[in-house]
Design a protein. Sequence first.
Length: 144
Amino acid sequence: MNVKQISIFTENKPGRIAALCKTLSENNIDLYSISVAEAADFGIIRILVEDAYTAATVLRDADYVCSLTDVISIEVNDEPGALAKIGSVIGDAGINIEYMYSVTNRRIGKAYMIIRVTDNQECIQILQKAGLKVVSQEEMKLAK
């Protein structure tokens, strides 16, 4: 039950995020989430969209360098302590979180924690065993 994330590698200079978002908009691609990490000369923009394959094709056609990565989306209540539980379950299992960001859906009172770990399947089993809900790309769309 992985979610497909698109990682876009781009120069770290003014206007790059705006240009990326314009390309997506012109192709009627709606973002669920965006995360930006930077280094001195380049940045990595991570996005979640409904159809990652179509979006990646659009971006490649527009000369963006991008890749698809499997990540895990965990539904949590939008309340204090929810993230602590996820961190404890994963940490107690000896699994390292490489990076994490969130998508909040206040309409349904939930948040989705997006995590990247080395072994998605093992992590998904541990999360589900702990009673945490791992959601698919389709379930994220329906909650929108």
